[in-house]
Design a protein around this ligand. Sequence first.
Ligand code: RUQ
Ligand code: CUA
Ligand code: CA
Length: 646
Amino acid sequence: MNEAKMNPVDEMPDPSRRKFLNTAAVAGIAGAGLSVGLSACNKDAPAPTAGAAAQPVAAASHAANAHLKPGELDTYYGLWSGGHTGDFRVLGLPSGRELHRVPCFVPDALVGWGHTNESKAIMGTKPDGSLRYTVADTHHTHASYKDGNYDGRYAWINDKINSRIARIRLDYFICDKITELPNVQGFHGIFPDKRDPVDPAINYTTRVFCGAEFHIPLPNDGRDLDAPEKYRTLFSCVDAESMEVRWQVLIDGNCDLAATSYDGKLAATNQYNTEGGYHYEGMMSAERDACLFFNIARIEQAVKDGKFTTFGTSKVPVVDGTKTANADPKTALVAYVSVPKNPHGVNASPDGKYFICAGKLSPTGTVIELSKVLEWFDGKLDDVDKAIVAEVELGLGPLHTAFDGRGNAYTTLFLDSQIVKWNVEAAIKFHAGDKGAQYVVDRLDVHYQPGHINASQSETMFADGKWLCVGCKFSKDRFLPVGPLHAETEQLVDISGEKMVLVADHPVRPEPHDFIIFKRELLSPKQVYDINEFPLAVKDPKEAGVFRDGNKVTVKITSLAPAFEPREFRLKVGDEVTIILTNLDKIEDLTHGFAIPKYNVNFIVNPQETKSITFKADKPGVFWCYCTHFCHALHLEMRSRMIVEA
Ligand code: RUQ
Ligand code: CUA
Ligand code: CA
């Protein structure tokens, strides 16, 4: 954690620095042949306001609000993806302090994730017992909803590398389920629904939608290797409770990010490869791509009616969402709305009215009115592209959009290294012909090349317009150098006023992508486990001991500071050993660790938690199992002696 920068000099834009970065970024892009699309600016657009440097005095007082005194608690939680570290991070805001990392897809040495039997069962193993996957790439995390706000039950996060979705229980901040999506690659966007499209009593999340980016042969079993024109992608729906894949939709083009409407009727994904290109030139050959809208009620009806197919060994029903099969709006499952060249994010505005797609290779933001998409599905709008109510110039490389609940959108401009604040209704007026409508409200330089952006409560109906974070993909000169790998810069911006004020830089280990920020009152995590959550729990030190069945040995151990019970146990070389450890301490924050030297064992048990681990006793000798987590004045003395007889 580092403190807010107060030095006014640091807050002044350094023209030479920005110029260098922009030149480099644009040169790279131009070299890739993108310069034409990027310079195709709308000449009618209002002149952008000058880069708004934060006023040093204002910045200092805003920064003071973000700086918490020792012992003071943050007012917001932030849930962050960790990128190709594969983890899920929890931050306190506005301080920016990292509070926790929840292991899910990849092993973690602190917790013992990927080592204990319970975590391996969640992660998935090969027939030999080793982990199926040990790498992951997390991009997007979102939490479960009730009545348009977070309800504190679950969060979900994607793994792009191995097409997995993990669920995090927000009562204990633990991963409890992981599902691998069949027949997809490059699973990227993720978004829970916000209520049921049919049953008004279900005003909470029951589905999670998943978009897959890459085209593959279906099924990908060796067929059609050299026939890329036959490759396809699927949009998937996962059941929020069972975590089983409910259904998939075969589409034309690909998926990228995902969003859902507040009425539960629509899910969306933007697509950048309508061309079905398999090199970047092909993926950017068309001037426009699309944003797809999925009619959830109709898709589920089609599945019920048996109008689906399956691919390969997967039993998941796949409905036909391709363009030709969905030309008639009255029966269409999917609507294809045209948006400019290789769009990136798609975000739902907190008033429930609009979805916004950023242009990426077009300098524009596209505003799509949801009621008009529904009119098209009802046969009342002849052309679904008429649901576009604004398409306005924002700046170069627009990627993601956040909202303040006061009608303003904040879009990251990757190439400009800026955030643009713009008013959605003014943009709609401008698009309708009122060229005097000033939709750009403010611009802020960020450092550098921002990707994701989010504001406090922005993805709910209760966006409160206080804080905004922006994930900058390059930190360049913002921190002390630590060798070739740079930290990334997560910047904190105060958006409570008319002008955005940059108040803090935080270095983060590469590389977070998306995140959400919400009020701390929405969560009530438990700090001691319920011992009954664990079927193997050893509930009394008297139950501890060695239980032998041939060479299968179970060692039941309890921890109660400052001792393990039993204090020693005997094994024989060749034994297949399962250690079950219950932490009987009931006091908050009293965690113990359990490590066995030379046996590559280490994990922790939180208060009232049980974990187990299985290994082969393959070396004779004395091995001091010791507590790795500082727990007590006699922490160093807290040991159990494992004796392995030859
Ligand atoms: S994507 S920088 Cu993985 Cu979220 Cu837009
Ligand atoms: Cu128990 Cu340290
Ligand atoms: Ca394209």
